[in-house]
Write a protein that binds this ligand. Sequence first.
Ligand code: GAP
Length: 513
Amino acid sequence: MSVKPEDFFKNIISHCKEYGFIFQSSEIYDGLSAVYDYGQNGAELKKNIREYWWKAMVQMHENIVGIDAAIFMHPTTWKASGHVDAFNDPLIDNKDSKKRYRADVLIEEHVAKIEDKIEKEVEKAKKRFENFDEGMFRSTNARVLEYQNKITEINSRFKTALNDGNLAEVKQIIIDCEIVCPISGSRNWTDVRQFNLMFATQLGSVSEESNTIYLRPETAQGIFVNYLNVQKTGRMKIPFGIAQTGKAFRNEIVARQFIFRMREFEQMEMQFFVKPGTEMHWYEYWKTARLKWHNSFGLGNENYKFHDHIKLAHYANAACDIEFKFPFGFKELEGIHSRTDFDLKQHEQFSGKKLQYFDNEENKSYVPYVVETSVGLDRLFLATLSAAYKEEALENGETRVVLNLPPALAPIKAAVFPLVKKDGLPELAEEIINELKYDYIVTYDEKDTVGKRYRRQDAIGTPYCITVDHQSLTDKMVTIRHRDTMQQDRIAIAEVKEFLNERVSLTSLLKKN
Ligand code: GAP
């Protein structure tokens, strides 16, 4: 069914609320901006994605272990990591609408619009010419070349301005590109200023500068400060990884697009410690491995692409994003960063403790280099749910809303229905549930017609519905209905568990990696 892109995203947000996936935080008090709660189905889906990541990273790799570090850390951590001085966003206000924007986002969106124009030229030409050669067209068409030159010029000016910390030049780029405020339509901009994204709070009861601590803006530092504890107690040999999942907090200025950019969110990060000089090999290795993991979700390989960073973060010597095609376009889903020995060296310097590794083969000590993979769990949730959400027109004229979630990630794995609420059918349905519930989240539903019950389960992505009918009492068989094809099969009750084991356990996903 064709729905306008802006309506499509709105429909997904309403669906999340209506079916218990995501609620606005403290909604009864009119909500808190860019903070969300996960409902009964959302919490399950999120937990399953987290568990899939954990198993793929920790359980499937002998040389990766997982930890769970505290959110609060010694304040010097953030001085050492560079976050106190450099974890800033460049802000700009429009004087007419009084709206605040991230200057870098305004410029990036402007570049994205020019890229769209190029794509439109290519699409038009594709329709016009037979035997169309896209590479040739891109390198010869005057209008496309003009757009490409414009993009190169903006990106190069922007990169230099950011590297030099030249905020006046960032503003000048916004003016030269004639970027207007989407609300007021005016170009009446303030100067660009830096704004630190960390949330600060006080430790204990005394409000003094020295008691200021921060809510962690990334989970990575909890891994770095524990690097030696884990290496020694786990007798880890390089290369090895430390993984963790947990909350991170950022005072995002432009918090938009639902759970895409939140102030409280969850990260799943892995720091891979390697011998200096081998980091580019491992950077490429993890790029490939992580893309393969994302592809295993089955959401469409064409929905992912790599984007190399123009401006490298203060700690990186190479960095890219895996971008996903969200309903509002391609955006960052995961970051893969070659962080050099920056973090460990900084922590050595600020703590006065050695954070080195003794390499038996080389017979020397060194500070390892680090390749990081960092994915936002909430963003991955949004990617999964939005790609799985379908509004399908059925032959009978009705619309079916279905979530084609990977079965292993679905909140509920199977729903069991008695055809009617009598004649011993509910009791047999309960027996089946009692058999399955030790391994899977399963649900019972006896209300309304079976058709309506199917729709309710489709809407939350339950891959299988099992119906018990009168014949089941004698032949000990049930009807299994498949969510995606709506096909129905008759199988023995004794085989239901095995049927689910083959289809809804994480093993099937892990084997795709
Ligand atoms: N340790 C590296 C690091 O934190 P990042 O690119 O700033 O790198 C990693 O963040 C991932 O965390 C992003 O790719 C994104 O998926 C997620 N993320 C970052 N900020 C977020 C926010 N405000 N809301 C939701 N997810 C966010």
